[in-house]
Design a protein around this ligand. Structure first.
Ligand code: GLC
Length: 568
């Protein structure tokens, strides 16, 4: 079957999440209500109307639970408490009520792969001796070799260094090692122990009872480690392992990456799903960072997750072939298991797409490494132009879409952030060799010139400083300004909703393409992107949206532009 014959419809599926636009809030950096330089829940509540105006359906919050913040909140001490940095449970209830009253659902982040080392379960495990039930909640092992000094296996930490740390036992002597696929302050739970599941079922219900619309599940592909903890053959520190193994079978991949995508994880997915399904209309979105997509699709079979983040699409090149192949793979892989595809270009772990697209495919370091002042700096105008074209291409395709805070302002990565501000554990664990992910986590600019952080608060305090370029991109500089990135996003979301594109149909439309452009049709809307230098003649009809205002009066689409045309 040729790609243009793929017909994909989600029409019969009324469930909201199949077509929703979900906006990711990174609580540290969205809006700061109390002026201490760290975003908080009250700050979000005060700014909710901006999200209503934008036209989103739901918010996914990165974690705000009690945490020593060694990995920006992905290290949780108490899953039922809000970290005082962000407020308290009353603030959360108020925010949830306010958001729901404006038609916005709230999804929270759940981090089941590991806790903080400050979690009472881990503290109890340290105190109890080897072989105790407390230790069995986590993954403790004796070391190997003389004096048991060597780590139990060769697994690397995603953030650099080894994934094992040796403890001192209660008697003061060097003792067992514990596993941490991430930072040493993030011990991995032992998901082969049913008590871990009991612990998390209770936490899921706690948040569902409060009224959340569901969960984004962190590291959903990592919960089960291969039996016997054999050595790994893959030392890639990208989440999910190296990307170049598309030709291996699933069994070979499972062997190669003993801590990613092990088959027994699906039984856990199903247990989570049962809990979520005992409430109406709730969802689970998995960070199942696992390639190829046919494998990721196993996470979204009808009794597992509702959605998985489409990392294949996130990293697709901005080229005709790159986009076409990734869309084909996505619709096929997810379609085969009856799930809608998701579409996503940015999040808190990757270089913002307004910067990423300023580079050609393969020029950037691996995911998670980030870029700093010593890296070749991006052509920001080029990056932004392509980012706007790419988002416009993405938002017309049926399925669920995820946006990351600040992309609606066209924010670039902070690509010259000084080392003294950096907080990502990757930075510390690699001694600055990999700068890490702070560059995409910088606080948002709201009102140009209000404090040093442009309205993030009024005090100007900011846990990471903004680059100078953020001032001109502040929301108030774009609101109501024709041609601004913010107005483009609003228009795209409005038309998408009005015409039901999220739950629409999809077919490639080669009749509207030239050699270097790509076109598809959803309902009676044609979406065309031009990757080449020859202008593209747009089909006849009403031009609904263009990614740049400089569309020529004759209706030609120039390089790195996307247009939506209602066919006449
Ligand atoms: C996920 C999160 C990332 C975090 C890691 C460990 O990949 O998105 O930010 O560092 O898990 O929890």
């Amino acid at each position: 079957m040729s790609s243009s014959e793929i017909l994909y419809t989600t029409k019969e599926n009324a469930e909201w999440w199949r077509s929703a636009v979900i906006y990711q809030i990174y609580p540290r950096s969205f809006a700061d209500g109390n002026g201490d330089g760290m975003g908080d829940l009250k700050g979000v509540t005060a700014r909710l109307d901006s999200l209503v105006e934008l036209g989103i359906d739901a918010i996914w919050f990165s974690p705000f639970m009690l945490s020593p913040q060694k990995d920006a909140g992905y290290d949780i001490t108490d899953y039922k408490q809000i970290d005082p940095l962000f407020g308290n449970l009353d603030d959360f209830d108020e925010l949830l009520k306010a958001a729901n009253s404006k038609g916005i659902r709230i999804i929270v982040d759940m981090v089941p792969n590991h806790s903080s080392d400050q979690n009472e379960l881990f503290q109890a495990a340290l105190k109890a001796g080897p072989g105790s039930p407390e230790r069995d909640m986590y993954i403790f092992r004796d070391g190997k070799g003389l004096f048991k000094r060597k780590a139990p296996n060769n697994w690397p930490s995603v953030f650099g260094g080894a994934s094992w740390t040796r403890i001192r036992e209660a008697n003061g002597k060097k003792g067992q090692f514990y596993l941490h696929i991430f930072d040493s302050t993030q011990p991995d739970f032992n998901w082969r122990n049913p008590k871990v599941l009991d612990y998390f079922e209770d936490i899921l219900r706690f948040w569902l009872d409060r009224g959340v619309a569901g969960f984004r599940i962190d590291v959903a592909h990592g919960l089960i480690k291969r039996d016997g903890l054999p050595d790994t053959e893959d030392f890639s520190t990208e989440m999910g392992g190296s990307k170049s193994d598309d030709d291996l079978t699933i069994e070979q991949l499972e062997r190669k990456n003993p801590y990613w995508g092990q088959p027994e994880v699906h039984a856990i997915n199903r247990r989570f799903r049962k809990v979520v399904d005992s409430y109406d209309d709730r969802i689970m979105a998995g960070e199942a960072w696992i390639m190829p997509l046919t494998r990721m699709a196993e996470w979204v079979r009808s009794d597992e997750y509702h959605q998985a983040f489409n990392f294949d699409y996130m990293f697709a090149a901005w080229s005709k072939e790159g986009q076409r192949k990734s869309v084909d793979r996505s619709l096929k892989a997810f379609g085969d298991v009856g799930a809608p595809s998701t579409w996503v270009l940015s999040n808190h772990d990757v270089i913002r797409h307004a910067t990423r697209f300023a580079y050609n495919d393969g020029e950037l370091p691996p995911q998670g490494d980030g870029i700093g002042a010593h890296f070749r700096q991006p052509d920001q105008a080029l990056g932004l132009r392509r980012a706007r074209a790419a988002t416009s291409f993405m938002l017309g395709i049926p399925g669920g879409a995820y946006l990351y805070q600040g992309e609606e302002l066209g924010l670039p990565e902070h690509s010259t952030l000084d080392g003294k501000y950096r907080q990502d554990p990757t930075w510390f664990r690699t001694k600055g060799k990999r700068v890490g992910r702070d560059g995409c986590r910088v606080p948002l600019p709201w009102e140009a010139g209000v404090g040093a952080a442009n309205g993030f608060n009024t005090t100007g305090e900011s846990w990471l400083p903004q680059p100078d370029t953020y001032r001109a991109l502040a929301r108030d500089q774009q609101s109501g300004v024709a041609g601004s990135t913010l107005e483009l996003y609003k228009r795209l979301l409005k038309v998408r909703k009005e015409l039901g594109l999220g739950a629409g149909t999809f077919r490639w439309a080669p009749e509207f393409e030239n050699e270097n452009s790509l076109a598809y049709v959803n309902g009676n809307v044609a979406v065309i992107s031009n990757f080449g230098t020859d202008p593209v003649v747009l089909p006849k009809g009403e031009i609904l949206v263009t990614s740049q205002v400089d569309l020529s009066a004759e209706g030609y689409l120039e390089t790195d532009q996307t247009a939506w045309v209602k066919l006449s």
